[in-house]
Ligand binder design. Structure first.
Ligand SMILES: Nc1nc2c(ncn2[C@@H]2O[C@H](COP(=O)(O)OP(=O)(O)O)[C@@H](O)[C@H]2O)c(=O)[nH]1
Ligand SMILES: [Mg+2]
Ligand SMILES: [Zn+2]
Length: 303
């Protein structure tokens, strides 16, 4: 029996790296498919390059997204996460808010990596929005992964060093470019893993974990891009607590159980109207409340 880290997962098939540094294909018993990148597992060898996962160790945290029917694990046992953004194509602030909420719920520190710094005019146009997040206390890193990889490494390495970091974001933001900058043979290794997992070549439909060159203690996890980020697994009270700027106004609404939506004498809504709370974030929050309430009406068993 050997301990290993899951570095790639695609349905019930995984790629694991043993603590001795050997990379193996591993299958789960009973087609179990909820094993995620970052899981620590016990494996038993079934042939020289093949193993079966015997058990999964308890997780310190999980990063999920969900739709109305089920939650999907992106990765587990993280030190921190970063959402990769860019000015072109325009990033979705709705996705940003949702990703930050999931990180807050799991108490996973998260930063914003604003890529494509070379597109100066576009970058200047999104600065007002980025500044809102900086003011909320989220670290913001600027880089141009494609045109100045060396600088991107210098900027990010102190923050990444010795930690396991999940990179996520919408497609087109430059996540893979950034991973290839940090881990120069990532593309090649991805193709090998894709083939081993039967996921098709060049696919980015699964999450994988890379150690930085000559630095086995620093891990970055690249995840497939997404168009939307469902939070059906997050309760209304968790959403409220995940909005950092609401905290100073806690308990000042007329109703204790205020959802900060349509209730009279809601201190949060009033703060958004006067601009004390950022009105765009407030509006995105109200959409989440409406979405949860619509789900509760449609599927009362779920809430
Ligand atoms: N201008 C500019 N384009 C970039 C930069 N980084 C990546 N790109 C481009 O953005 C597009 C999407 O990059 P990719 O890494 O595939 O994004 P992903 O979908 O997030 O993995 C590609 O055409 C990249 O060449 C950058 O620093 N500046
Ligand atoms: Mg990609
Ligand atoms: Zn309220």
């Amino acid at each position: 029996m050997t301990l290993a880290l899951v570095v790639g997962a695609f349905r019930a098939r995984c790629i694991v790296r043993t603590d001795e540094g050997e990379v193996l294909e591993a299958v789960t018993r009973s087609r179990r498919s909820d094993i995620a990148v970052g899981d620590r597992v016990r494996i038993a060898l079934t042939s020289p390059a093949q193993a079966v996962i015997e058990s999964v160790q308890a997780r310190s945290n999980v990063f999920r997204r969900s739709d109305a029917s089920r939650a999907k694990l992106l990765a587990v046992n993280l030190s921190q996460a970063a959402i990769v953004l860019a000015a072109r194509p325009a990033f979705s602030e709705d996705v940003l808010v949702r990703v930050l909420i999931e990180a807050e719920v799991e108490s996973i520190p998260i930063a914003l990596i604003v890529n494509k710094h070379d597109l100066r005019d576009e970058r200047a146009r999104i600065e007002a929005r980025i500044a809102v997040y900086r003011a909320l206390g989220y670290p913001v890193f600027d880089c141009a992964a494609r045109f100045d990889c060396e600088r991107a490494r210098e900027t990010l390495l102190p923050w990444l060093a010795g930690r396991t970091t999940l990179l996520l974001g919408e497609s087109g933001m430059g996540k893979s470019t950034l991973v290839n900058c940090l881990v120069p043979d990532a593309g090649l290794r991805t193709n090998e893993i894709s083939e081993a997992l039967g996921a098709g070549r060049h696919t980015t439909t699964f999450t994988r974990c890379f150690a930085l060159p000559h630095d086995a203690a620093t891990l970055v996890i690249d995840s497939p891009g997404f168009q939307n980020f469902g939070l059906f697994h997050v309760s209304q009270s968790q959403r409220v607590h995940a909005m950092r700027e609401f905290a100073p106004l806690n308990g000042t609404c007329r109703f204790n159980n205020c959802t900060h939506r349509n209730e009279p004498a809601c201190a949060i809504r009033e703060a958004a109207e006067t601009g004390r709370i950022d009105p765009i974030r407030y509006r995105l929050y109200t959409r989440l409340v409406d979405e949860a309430q619509a789900l509760a009406r449609a599927r009362p068993d779920r809430v």
